[in-house]
Ligand binder design. Sequence first.
Ligand code: SF4
Ligand code: FES
Length: 383
Amino acid sequence: MTSPLPPGTAPPAPWALLAELTHACPLHCPYCSNPLELTRRSRELSAEEWDDVFRQAADLGVVHTHLSGGEPLLRRDLTAVVAAAESAGIYTQLVTSGVGLSTAKMSALASAGLRSVQLSVQHADPVASDRIAGHRSFEAKGRAAALVRDAGLPLGVNVVLHRDNLDAVDDIVDLGVAWGAERIELANVQFHGWALRNRTALLPTRDQLSRAREAVERRRERLAGTVELVWVVPDYFDGVPKPCMGGWGAVSLTVAPDGAVLPCPASRDMLGPDVPNVRDRSLEWIWNSSPAFDRYRGTEWMSGPCGGCPRREIDFGGCRCQAHALTGDAARTDPACALSPDHALVRTLSRTPRADAPSADASRYVYRGPDRHHTEATRGVRR
Ligand code: SF4
Ligand code: FES
């Protein structure tokens, strides 16, 4: 296969690694973007294998890793994994639901070199948060926030926004501030992996989005210089595609729990048998030479409207996973773009009568879970 980069052009070095330590998770979020087929615990990379991954990643140029999942706190050897990244010289951020974080665990992680924590929350209202998560977890999150602060680590709070919580953005920001967050990420839901199954229940209305956007602007002004507010734009509503992943194989890579290496965490199902694995090949070969990373790198692979578009170096043709999910062909222009011949697909979705209806009925979720699915939120909350 010829490289899609111009001949003689070396791929840029990656700087970020998303380390998915496990797919296991106590929560059952309907918007989960992990693949439909989850990795079994017995197939997970060991702490020794992660040590090797971090050393190879550092040699490639990686300086930052998100330790994520699933729920990374379910790994008994998490402290050893953190220590391995630290000894490779990589900055570590733990991305967690907070469930399972004890005083002893926090102290061990901080001693091993953990640098910061990003805590997920589903809503500012405890009942609504537990209902969306499908698990009684709100209290544990509040406790986890306090532990992170007491350990002297920077705290970020992240919230996936959708029909069921967009009207609570002000309260969510208040909650993040009360918990002592330095950064609050408000990320509008993306419809990858499990989330696609819940698209109808999660899709917001245009009015909700514009109210939330205004609230964020207002709060940004008030919090300027104290708390950073990040608004990750929604997919279907603006006619403008996101520069997804900062470009394919351009700045970051994902290592999945079983060692699969992905240009984007949501791309596993789309890449199928082309997915390389650190158990078989070096990270250097995977990044620089594997067909999976080469496939949509640069701009030479583009056809259709992207091929001659002045924005192709800005948004890289949008999101490959979304193009694949909506059209069956990842090489097409992202249908989120107003110039895409497939744009009608997202226009229709964002204008369905349901999406313009009042947002009272957001309770028909199919919950993520390895063993069982629930169709009613009120029955989904587990202890
Ligand atoms: Fe971006 Fe392609 Fe749309 Fe141009 S045509 S704005 S490059 S997605
Ligand atoms: Fe995979 Fe956008 S989510 S490229």
